[in-house]
Write a protein that binds this ligand. Structure first.
Ligand SMILES: *[C@@H]1O[C@H](CO)[C@@H](O)[C@H](O)[C@H]1NC(C)=O
Ligand SMILES: *[C@@H]1O[C@H](CO)[C@@H](O)[C@H](O)[C@H]1NC(C)=O
Length: 297
């Protein structure tokens, strides 16, 4: 039933709506921008020009008289084909904007194609973050002038089973939206390699989606707790061993000093040596004292 509704929406809203076409891509895809000024079979495109506006202030000609403008920075990725359509290979964020198809033969308004790009990025791109238990995915829909603004709930996150995620749940946390962007924090709890999809939905139909598989490297959470406990235990053991070693050395040294001072300065100064010996030495003192006591007597 729901797929039928989506199909109806697709039929209703896909393709040309008047002279404004809205197209959605992911980076790396190839786009075909139709020119509404001519028939789809048209091969004579010498009266057709294409221009691109990334904002309202400037327009860059991409095609003139049916040929790609070699002055365009993107010339290598552009092609004009049958129907005077403009093909853009390997879409990037820079390709976002409004494209006008202009005919010299008509006084009609130019026909427009609005090209939007959905990007998804991950905090795991930082090498350090890869061993973290949390990976933050950021999804953005890049649009011409960002107008109209993305409607409420138009950017959605979906898990592997197709459930739309909201708020917080096992292994994930939605971090709210900003303009036409949304970010999701995935935790190790969700599983070792978990795929999440971000999608842009308009009037009930999915216009574009992009997926990302969060890969948690390193040890998993429960194991790292064990490792942490082991490390702490090891550290404590090392500290105890060090203190014990220091005490034994001090003990021996003090005994030796006592014997030496006994020989050279007599028993009184030997007692002083013991009481003034520093370094947490109540124990040392106690250890030494029994042997010192008989000498004081
Ligand atoms: C597409 O563009 C990206 C970055 O702009 C580049 O790294 C990649 O090599 C390009 N791919 C092709 C097939 O040209
Ligand atoms: C997807 O989300 C739903 C609802 O939160 C949950 O019941 C389901 O277990 C999740 N599936 C996976 C594979 O995480």
């Amino acid at each position: 039933m729901s797929s039928l509704i989506i199909l109806v929406f697709l039929l209703q809203f896909a393709g040309v709506s008047g002279e404004r076409v809205f197209l959605y891509f992911r980076p790396g895809q190839d786009a075909t921008l139709p020119c509404d000024r001519v028939s789809p079979e048209e091969t004579q495109c010498s009266h057709i020009s294409w221009y691109h506006q990334s904002d309202q202030t400037k327009a860059v000609f991409e095609g003139n008289q049916g040929k790609v403008c070699q002055t365009s920075a993107r010339a290598a990725r552009l092609r004009l084909v049958t129907g005077c359509s403009l093909i853009i290979n390997n879409i990037t964020a820079e390709d976002v904007g409004r494209y006008g198809c202009l005919s010299e033969n008509t006084a009609d308004d130019d026909s427009y194609v609005f090209l939007s790009v959905l990007t998804i990025s991950s905090s795991a791109a930082d090498a350090d973050a890869q061993t973290d238990d949390r990976i933050t995915l950021t999804c953005s829909l890049l649009r011409y002038l960002q107008v109209p603004l993305c409607p409420e709930n138009s950017l959605q996150w979906v898990n592997e089973t197709g459930a739309v995620l909201s708020g917080e749940g096992v292994g994930y946390e939605l971090n709210g939206k900003k303009g036409c962007g949304s970010s999701l924090t995935v935790t190790r709890q969700s599983g070792q390699n978990r795929r999440h999809t971000c999608r842009f939905v308009e009037r009930g139909s999915v216009k574009i989606d992009a997926e990302y598989t969060a890969v948690f490297t390193g040890t998993d959470g429960s194991l790292s707790y064990v490792m942490l406990a082991l490390r702490i235990a090891g550290l404590i053991l090392m500290m105890v061993a060090t203190v014990a070693a220091v005490m034994i050395i001090r003990d021996r040294r003090n005994k030796k000093q006592l014997e030496d001072s006994n020989v050279h300065t007599g028993t009184i100064s030997a007692a002083n040596t013991v009481t003034t010996s520093n370094a947490a030495s109540t124990e040392i003192y106690e250890n030494v004292n029994p042997s010192a006591a008989p000498m004081l007597n």
